[in-house]
Design a binder for this molecule. Structure first.
Ligand SMILES: [Zn+2]
Length: 302
């Protein structure tokens, strides 16, 4: 019995660490060259793109928006620790201006890993719940606490004005408890962080207040409140359009109702996963469906 229990603990811990490793800072830095690709969206907006989290050798972290304003560069997210110089090298290829502001869409290490690299003069901005989540991270303990966000907000925050204006929105839990949606109104571009990471089930990080139950409703609020956008920067995949967000919202709602009714019918997570079809969502994968259904089960059990 004791042995069984130990095995069960081992299995759960193993699964958890795989899930976390797939998303957060790796224990060891990749050995290969640090090369980040850059994509131009507008004259003053670029994206430092993201490779697949599945390939540890090339994974640099999430998509970073580079917004070049009159007063300096604003970065949305900062990829994995160790990639700061690679980010800076790419920035130098498009601007001489210094980084003055960093916005973190959420707490994870593949989005906050180089907040400290750019120095203490940079203003770091995040949702108040994200700051609370970041305070729990080893990367922001001790002396590194000086790199925690200095500016936080609850519902909405505007930075800058005119063509340099940036709007930050919070619509409730999803990927974590503190996901920020960043809009560049003059450019009609929205950075969604991991509230739209990829065309697969979302990762709902319940340890950081994430919720697969709230996810579809939070996305519905985004669709209802954020208009006048043509381009969406997802967390970990190529650029998308507003209609792709609508499809993603339907996907997450479909997944939630599927998991909820399967649970009510007494089905196992494996059964519920097997019967969830992604075919009607072109280009979608089902690699993360089981984890999301498990998250719904765990949440509804409470
Ligand atoms: Zn994340």
């Amino acid at each position: 019995m004791k042995r069984l229990l130990a095995l069960a603990v081992l299995l759960v811990t193993g699964t958890l660490s795989i899930a976390v490793a797939a998303h957060q800072a790796p224990a060891a830095q990749p050995a290969g060259p640090r090369v980040i690709d850059i994509e131009k969206l507008k004259d003053n907006l670029y994206v430092l793109t993201s490779s697949s989290p599945a390939d540890r050798a090339t994974f640099s972290g999430g998509n970073v928006a580079v917004f070049i304003t009159d007063s300096g560069v604003t970065l949305v997210d900062t990829k994995l620790a160790g990639w700061g110089q690679a980010i800076l090298d790419k920035l130098k290829s498009v601007t001489d201006k210094p980084v003055t502001t960093i916005i973190n869409t959420h707490t994870h290490g593949d989005h906050t890993g180089n907040d400290g690299f750019f120095g203490t003069s940079v203003e770091i901005v995040a949702h108040e719940n994200t700051k609370t989540n970041m305070e729990k991270m080893d990367a922001f303990k001790g002396d590194n606490a000086k790199f925690l966000p200095k500016k936080t907000y609850r519902d909405k925050l505007t930075l800058g004005s005119g063509k340099d204006r940036i709007d930050l929105y919070y619509f409730g839990p999803g990927h974590t408890s503190g996901d920020t949606f960043v809009v560049f109104p003059a450019l009609r571009v929205l950075h969604m962080g991991d509230m739209f990471a990829w065309k697969d089930a979302p990762l709902c990080d319940r340890n950081n207040g994430g919720s697969c139950v709230a996810f579809p409703q939070t996305l519905q609020r985004v669709i209802a409140d954020i208009k006048n956008v043509d381009t969406i920067i997802p967390g970990h995949s190529p650029m998308q359009k507003p209609q792709d967000l609508q499809t993603y919202q339907r996907f997450t709602a479909d997944l939630l109702s599927h998991a909820t009714s399967a649970m009510k019918a007494g089905q196992t997570v494996d059964d519920a996963t097997a019967s969830f079809k992604v075919d009607k969502y072109p280009g979608y994968k089902n690699e993360r469906v089981k984890a999301a259904i498990q998250a719904v089960y765990d949440e509804l059990k409470k």
